[in-house]
Design a protein around this ligand. Structure first.
Ligand SMILES: Cc1cc2nc3c(=O)[nH]c(=O)nc-3n(C[C@H](O)[C@H](O)[C@H](O)COP(=O)(O)OP(=O)(O)OC[C@H]3O[C@@H](n4cnc5c(N)ncnc54)[C@H](O)[C@@H]3O)c2cc1C
Length: 477
């Protein structure tokens, strides 16, 4: 692939600030386009919000992540990283939903799609969903049909609350809590009723009403640090890009003759172009004056933040026999078996290499977790150990060997009505300065897919303005 640079024949130097999925994606695409790329990441590792750490010999992801079949750009990145095989997809959307039962036995539903084309693929499963009355089940088709006419790109759509819209289409409080929340709370990280209708429409139209495999779930089989950060560092090295870790950028200063001075603690960097791929609250103070009109940058504060808390419980024996389940009528939302991925699973000789033979490691993922963000660990243990026992009878006789909590207080922006207008596109008014990040105007929720799409959009913009491409960057890289 050849490029004609806008830098007088010299290879354009580009600084990508922020080593999350957006920055990683932009760096790869730009390095592949022939740019001289330096990726600057403040932390000692790549991967941003998708990261892992070691704890007593276990590899712990700060938060369980999943992907969906419709995440084409993110899956394209995994392909590029050589990691697609480590994020296996379900053969069909298949979610077991548990609820505590009055007789002490959990109630159980299985939402498994069939092979019919979307949106018919979910009808049979929803028709049998036992947590709703027959009338409630029959009314689910009303919003499903009406959603086809909702335009997520219409600003009026983004001014509405998803809950109000569902209620106006016949969805009772129970239908919203026991069915719709299953999909919207985890994908939008905000209490179901409070989500922007525009973002909820993207989820519902793409995931539930689109192709029949669009909502099939993929669960990483490797710790996120390996799946993204380590693999990206390797690929970027092969592409000739520099990765600078522990490199916190303190300012981006436009230069008189064009280009930018990127200020770092140790040494400054002079570049032709910059991709700023950091969260909105970190991006705002780095934006040079005049990069965007008027109060645009100040308004980003309105995007806010929404927390995700993960509760990690290690039992002295197996208590859950599925890779993951969802829960309703319970403080538990989604539970994942992390025994193997954390390195806890038994070796072929029957003994755990970490001295916890036969133990099972579960992680409860709690989205829209405002009420738990500052709750003491002991209180969370009092709440969630009995809640798990209500869902998994085997847990009642099991001992909790370890209990710990990870909290991401600014996990995503707060995906409420009115946020679409605050999300900026990649291009700014300053030549060679572009924005990326899952919070920018991708049209997608703040997800891995959104982050990758934003990185691609940033790279496309710089290829158009700085690199003058001879071949386009595709959505699947
Ligand atoms: C707990 C949790 C659970 C989630 N679950 C899912 C899920 O299941 N599925 C899904 O699709 N998405 C999920 N998401 C969302 C997804 O992780 C994010 O949307 C995505 O990873 C954001 O990527 P990003 O590159 O835009 O930003 P980030 O990952 O935030 O990366 C930004 C990077 O910029 C760096 N940085 C900041 N300031 C500077 C500076 N001054 N100089 C240099 N570097 C700087 C930061 O250190 C960071 O590494 C989850 C997020 C969280 C937090």
């Amino acid at each position: 692939m050849s490029t004609v640079s806008a830098t007088g024949g010299r290879t354009p130097r580009i600084a990508v600030i922020g080593g999350g999925l957006a920055g990683i994606t932009a760096s790869i695409a730009l390095a592949e386009s022939g740019a001289d790329v330096t990726l600057l990441e403040a932390r000692p590792r790549l991967g941003g919000a998708t990261c892992s750490f070691s704890r007593d010999g276990l590899t712990v992801d700060t938060s369980q992540h999943i992907l969906l079949g419709c995440c084409s750009a993110y899956r394209g990145l995994l392909d590029k990283l050589g990691m697609a095989g480590h994020a296996p997809m379900q053969d069909r959307f298949d979610v077991t939903v548990l609820a505590p039962g009055a007789d002490g036995q959990p109630r159980k539903a299985r939402l498994r799609r069939n092979a019919l084309p979307g949106p018919l693929h979910m009808l049979a499963a929803l028709g049998r969903y036992p947590f709703l009355s027959l009338t409630e089940r029959m009314s689910v088709s009303r919003p499903a049909l009406a959603m086809r006419r909702v335009n997520p790109a219409d600003p009026a759509t983004d001014r509405q609350r998803f809950g109000d819209w569902l209620a106006a289409h016949g969805q009772t409080e129970r239908s919203r809590r026991l069915l719709w929340d299953l999909f919207s709370v985890s994908s939008l990280n905000i209490a179901g009723d409070d989500a922007s209708l525009a973002l909820a429409a993207v989820v519902v139209k793409t995931g539930l009403l689109g192709k029949n495999n669009a909502a099939d779930i993929g669960v990483p089989a490797l710790p996120l640090g390996e799946l993204h950060g380590d693999a990206a560092a390797t690929l970027l090295g092969k592409l000739g890009a520099r990765v600078s870790l522990g490199a916190k950028v303190s300012a981006i200063e436009p230069q008189d003759g064009g280009g930018y001075l990127v200020r770092l603690a140790d040494e400054d960097l002079t570049v032709d172009a910059v991709v700023l791929a950091v969260p909105h609250e970190k991006a705002a103070p780095l934006m040079p004056p005049g990069a965007l009109p008027g109060q645009t940058v100040a308004a980003w504060a309105g995007l806010g933040a929404s927390p995700i808390v993960n509760v990690h419980v290690i039992y002295d024996r197996p208590v859950m026999d599925l890779p993951f389940v969802a829960a309703v009528d319970s403080p538990v939302q989604w539970v994942f078996d992390r025994t193997r991925i954390s390195g806890l699973s038994a070796s072929k000789h029957g003994a755990s290499k970490h001295g916890r033979p036969g133990h099972q490691y579960l992680a409860i993922s709690l989205s829209a977790a405002d009420q738990y963000a500052d709750t003491p660990v002991a209180r969370l243990q009092e709440l969630f150990v009995p809640a798990l026992a209500e869902l998994f009878p085997a847990a009642r006789d099991a001992n909790v060997a370890e209990f710990f909590v990870t909290r991401e207080r600014r996990a995503t922006f707060r995906q409420a009505p009115g946020t679409a207008a605050l999300r900026p596109p990649a291009a700014t008014q300053r030549p060679g300065l572009v924005l990326a990040g899952a919070w920018t105007d991708t049209g997608w929720p703040d997800t891995m897919e959104g982050a990758v799409r934003s990185g691609l959009a940033a790279a496309v913009e710089l290829r158009r303005t700085v690199l003058k491409p001879t071949s386009p960057i595709g959505e699947r890289q």
